[in-house]
Design a protein around this ligand. Structure first.
Ligand code: ADP
Length: 889
């Protein structure tokens, strides 16, 4: 019976909160009933109260019914709260001796219940209700003591209080106990569920792993035999079919490997095994993998190798290859015209470590900004509609990221939708040799030949293949055909032992898993075989098991080498070659060595990718020499003239300005760069830098800043700063940024500093007359006419967000310049004396010298730069104008 009631209240299909409320409602109903009965018994009660209490009891039981029958907990809670706190407890207070009896003890449990039953605002409201209701009874009890029914005897007071303490204490205790019990049950059930989930995930993963493993064996046979068809000089039609089989089976193999890797990673069974590897061959081998596809799609393929990368690195070669291949594969897959470039750079961290930067860039379809966030998610493919003809599973990049996490590396992406993508991987590798590799472009390496050539030829070498699978043995035999080695096959371990007793084999290729005597047993028996001729022979394990540590396991068991299935002919040849003595090897493919002279190949050095590149709109008025010295790149703005569109400072010079701009002929307009132009510019800049800070011509001069900001949104590694300055002020800002970038400051630090220092730059213009300024709509007609009539010159100050005429200078141009310079440099104590920059439009050399002297007469600056203005700047100030800028302290 008790169990039944418990089940009714605590049934498992209710949430924990629901169960708590059911307990409270049940207890409230029972205890309120008992409380009322106790009141009736203990107290002398006026007879009219009896039906009232009876009615309350009925309402109480009704709410109990509503809650349990119809699960209307909110309604039941509110009814209970109003009844108990608002009516029953106050009545009990007045009927059972006020503070003398036990009513106040019940008050406490009323508040506790309120906290449990309600949430959020309702909780605050009902707790307030309790406080108000109780306070009212206390105040009324105090003001009208007559209202309180005095306990008939002291004994009654003691009984009432005792009853209340026992009831409230027990109810509290039981509720806490029941809730603990509920929590424990719930927790145990959750733990159970988690364990079951983990078990089912692991069994799903191991099922996947096993299935993938089983699938690899037949794929091995397909790839190998198909390779034989391709090598046997087939007719065009057959070659085409076989070519398609090659592509399809390789794709299948990739997908199976991906699934296998993914399940391994999910089971935390993927480990990284560092070992020495030849860096040069690794990168070239990767390029080789995609070369055929590139040729088919007519894409240019380039490899740029930093010649300073150490020749022998230490890392997990297999996993690094997997990362690179995924990126290259995608680059080729998602590019239809243009090309794919892989750039490898190395930066020595210490004598034993190098930071490898691998950049795979393409001119393909690009990735939308909003898709970037999901790029590395499992099974996520972007732009499915557009890419429906491109095969893929959406696993590659997810695996790449996870592998890099394991290797302590990182990957980042920059892309412009429709223009192309740049994937950058950074990963630390150990250094095993001080020798470095040279940089050779792929085309110069002569990799265009499609004809298969074996790594070596050794007709006298004898190789024994031990494999129970006839097809696999056939594949290995055929793959070795070109090396001219003598191949024999044993189908079991026992047969192998029979053969090794009779004949010496230089190399034995041993299938690892065989029925009967397995590969390891056979190998170990050969090693101690009585009268065996092959005890010293090289024994290489062949296995389709690619699980982590299998190579180490094979070596530890006593094998001399290891070749993974499906067998890659180059890997097989290289593995065998190392065990053949040079006297039986007739020919070894002449590996192209990167050393100078040896191959006669031209080396090309690659431009090292800068950490931070400062770029600016060409209107920043910095000389070519300074740009080169500080490593600043320019975004060219265009000047539209009646003769066409010219790139400022590159195709048109301000010297030719007078040709276009005069009072009655003003047809040359500077155009702001478009968003697309900025996108292209940033994409190009990012191929030479990890981060680009672009300083754009002040927003008040046109749309450059706005467009540059819009373009930068497509890139993760581009920041745009508004110069808030023009001409020489702009130059000062850009040069300062470049100095910070060259000092290896972080991008954030540079941007913050630029925001600060641009407020400290003072720039003023001295403009002969006011024609241009007026024509550009920068000044009023009255000023223009006054200047013309009195022969005055404009003195203009660059303010934040605008340029403002701050004075008119009288006299001839030289006098005006003198006054302007003097005024500009008047607050000597505030001026930073490191550098002053002057830009001029059409000043002669003498005039330039005179300007320098005028400045030096007033203040001795460490550096004075007098520089020709760009067309853009000149078009605002006019010929013979001058601008001067410095930093204030
Ligand atoms: P998939 O097998 O679909 O190529 P990945 O995980 O390798 O899977 O890539 C995920 C998605 O990212 C692709 O479906 C594609 O939309 C996008 N993607 C990856 N690399 C590139 C690239 N170089 N250019 C454009 N889109 C790319």
């Amino acid at each position: 019976m008790l169990e039944k009631i418990k089940q009714l209240i605590l049934g498992n299909d209710y949430s924990i909160r629901e169960r708590m409320i059911r307990i409270i409602i049940a207890f409230s109903a029972v205890s309120a009933t008992l409380g009322i009965l106790e009141c009736m018994l203990v107290m002398k009660m006026s007879s009219f109260l009896i039906p009232v209490l009876g009615l309350l009891l009925v309402i109480m039981l009704f709410s109990f019914y509503v809650a349990f029958r119809y699960r209307k907990y909110k309604l039941a809670s509110v009814m209970i709260e109003l009844l108990v706190v608002g009516i029953i407890f106050p009545i009990m207070f007045f009927l059972s001796g006020g503070l003398e009896g036990g009513a106040t003890v019940w008050y406490a449990i009323g508040i506790v219940f309120t906290y449990i039953m309600f949430q959020g605002r309702a909780r605050i409201g009902f707790v307030a209700f309790c406080v108000v209701s109780y306070a009212a009874t206390y105040v009324l009890g105090y003001l009208f003591p007559d209202w309180v029914v005095v306990m008939p005897t002291p004994m009654s007071a003691y009984v009432d209080s005792f009853f209340a303490v026992i009831m409230v204490g027990s109810i509290g205790g039981i509720i806490i106990n029941l809730s603990l019990e509920m929590f424990e049950k719930e927790h145990a059930a959750n733990m159970d569920k988690t364990r079951q989930l983990e078990e089912s995930r692991d069994s799903k993963n191991s099922l996947l792993a096993n299935m993938s493993h089983e699938i690899r064996t037949p794929i091995n046979a397909i790839i190998g035999l198909n390779e034989m068809i391709l090598r046997s000089n087939p007719s065009d039609e057959i070659a085409e079919y076989a070519g398609d089989i090659r592509i399809a089976s390789k794709m299948l193999l990739t997908q199976v490997n991906d699934v296998l890797d993914l399940s391994r990673m999910e089971m935390d069974k993927m480990n990284i095994f560092p070992a020495k590897y030849d860096a040069d061959s690794l990168f070239h081998e990767m390029i080789e993998f995609v070369r055929g596809e590139c040729e088919k799609k007519n894409l240019e393929l380039r490899l740029e190798l930093d010649e300073k990368i150490p020749a022998v690195l230490v890392g997990d070669e297999k996993r690094l290859k997997q990362v690179i291949l995924n990126l290259l594969d995608n680059a080729v897959k998602y590019t239809n015209k243009g090309g794919v470039t892989m750039t490898i750079q190395g930066e020595n961290i210490s004598d034993t470590e190098v930071m490898l930067t691998i950049i795979v860039s393409d001119t393909g379809i690009g990735i939308r900004k909003e898709d970037m966030a999901h790029l590395f998610d499992t099974f996520s493919r972007m732009d499915e509609k557009k890419n429906k003809h491109i095969t893929g599973s959406g696993l590659g990049l997810s695996i790449v990221r996870q592998l890099l996490d394991l290797m302590g590396g990182e990957i980042s992406v920059d892309s412009i939708y429709t223009k192309g993508s740049v994937f950058t991987v950074k990963v630390k590798q150990g250094v095993s040799s001080k020798l470095t590799i040279g940089a050779i472009s792929i085309r110069e390496r002569g990799l265009s030949s499609n004809v298969y050539k074996p790594a070596f030829e050794a007709p006298e070498a004898r190789v024994l293949i031990v494999d129970d699978n006839r097809m696999n043995a056939l594949v290995a035999t055929r793959l070795l055909g070109a090396t001219k080695v003598q191949v024999e096959v044993a189908e079991t371990g026992e047969k192998c032992l029979e053969m090794t007793r009779k004949k010496y084999y230089h190399v034995i290729l041993m299938d690892y898993l065989m029925p009967g005597m397995d590969g390891t047993q056979t190998m170990q028996t050969i090693r101690r075989q009585e009268n065996g001729l092959c005890r010293e022979s090289a024994i290489i394990a062949l296995t389709g098991n690619t699980s982590e540590g299998i190579r180490e396991q094979c070596m530890a068991e006593g094998f001399d080498g290891y070749v993974e299935k499906p067998i890659q002919s180059r890997a097989l040849e290289m593995e065998i070659l190392q065990f053949l003595s040079s006297d039986i090897v007739e020919y070894v493919e002449h590996e192209i060595v990167s050393g100078e002279g040896e191959s006669g190949l031209q080396k090309i050095g690659i431009k090292k990718r800068k950490k931070i590149l400062i770029t600016a709109d060409c209107a920043c008025d910095i000389s070519r020499e300074q740009l080169e010295e500080l490593g600043i790149e320019l975004m060219y703005l265009y000047v539209r003239t009646p003769s066409g569109r010219f790139a400022d400072t590159r195709e048109i010079d301000m010297d030719s300005m007078s040709e276009w701009i005069s009072v009655d002929h003003s047809d040359a307009f500077v155009e702001s760069g478009t968003v697309e132009e900025y996108e292209e510019f940033f994409a190009e800049m990012l191929s030479g830098a990890e981060f680009v800070i672009h300083i754009s011509l002040s927003a008040f001069t046109g749309k450059n800043y706005e467009n540059a900001v819009a373009a930068a949104k497509g890139f993760n590694h581009v920041r745009v700063v508004d110069s808030a300055q023009v001409s020489c002020g702009f130059a000062l800002l850009v040069m300062q940024a470049a100095k910070m970038a060259n000092a290896n400051c972080e991008p954030e630090v540079i941007c913050d500093e630029l925001e600060r220092i641009k407020q400290t730059i003072q720039t003023r213009f001295i403009m002969p007359g006011a024609e241009i300024y007026y024509l550009r709509g920068q000044t009023r007609e009255l000023t223009f006419k006054a200047c013309k009539f009195f022969g005055l010159h404009l003195f203009v100050k660059v303010m934040p967000e605008k340029m403002k005429v701050v004075g008119l200078l009288a006299g001839d141009l030289q006098q005006a310049r003198k006054q302007g310079i003097a005024w500009h440099l008047r607050r000597k104590h505030k001026i930073n004396r490191d550098i002053v920059v002057v830009t001029h439009v059409g000043c002669t050399l003498e005039e330039q010298e005179w300007i320098k002297k005028e400045i030096s007469k007033r203040i001795h600056f460490k550096q004075i730069i007098v520089q020709k203005a760009s067309f853009t700047s000149a078009s605002f100030s006019g010929t013979k104008s001058l601008a001067i800028s410095h930093f204030e302290e």
